[in-house]
Design a protein around this ligand. Structure first.
Ligand code: HEC
Length: 188
């Protein structure tokens, strides 16, 4: 996870841990009991679940996450912020290749790439026009997608936005995104 995005998640996720909440309030000189801490932490977690379902002011909704996946996400983030209840062990879920690809496409690639529409060709991309996800299975090889995600844009740009590198996304995950788009192409 990128450092700057996880920094801003630390506060909200510490708030979902009764133990961390008790500790924080004690430090602030306003100690609360275990029962109140459990209640407040439960509310904080409910808020995060609702935000994933409905989106926030700027954050888009993540409705493609099912219940088990949201549980796994919350437990990962709780372990990440050091909640003692999680004992540093996030919940694991088994996923099919196409589901892994779907998560990557919907959670990351769609932030910038439209689902449908034509590819834009090299000249278009040099001007910063972003090709659609639907064009990938036709115009890209699996290997070129893996490299693009790992290394970011290596293109000479003549303006517009350049794709950043995502070094934390594995080659297998990028390949899964390609297979997902091949199997479930968004229509032109
Ligand atoms: C922050 C915005 C952004 C995100 C997120 C993003 N891209 Fe891109 N992508 C771009 C831009 C801009 C271009 C066109 C210019 C370039 O290559 O930088 C591009 C181009 C591409 C190309 C064409 C490269 C070529 O040279 O033919 C591929 C393939 C690609 N992206 C795959 C992905 C995949 C897969 C994801 C999700 C893991 C993703 N992108 C996420 C902005 C983004």
């Amino acid at each position: 996870m990128a450092e700057n995005s996880s920094n801003s998640l630390i506060g909200p996720f510490q708030g979902t841990s009764p133990a961390l909440l008790e500790k924080r309030m004690k430090k602030l000189g306003r100690p609360i009991g275990a029962k109140l801490a459990r209640g407040l932490a439960g509310q904080a977690e409910q808020n995060i679940r609702q935000r994933l379902q409905n989106g926030g002011k700027k954050m888009p909704p993540f409705r493609h996450l099912d219940g088990k996946e949201v549980n796994a996400l919350l437990s990962y983030l709780k372990a990440h912020v050091g909640a003692p209840e999680s004992q540093g062990k996030p919940v694991l879920v088994m996923q099919s290749v196409s589901r892994v690809g779907e998560h990557l496409v919907k959670g990351t690639c769609q932030i910038c790439h439209d689902a449908t529409g034509p590819g834009v060709g090299r000249m278009g991309m040099m001007r910063g026009i972003i090709p659609s996800l639907a064009s990938f299975p036709w115009e890209q090889s699996m290997q070129s997608i893996v490299w693009q995600v790992e290394l970011g844009s290596r293109m000479m740009m003549m303006g517009g936005q350049r794709m950043p590198a995502y070094p934390y996304i594995t080659a297998e995950e990028s390949a899964a995104a390609y297979l997902y788009l091949l199997q479930y192409p968004p229509y032109y």
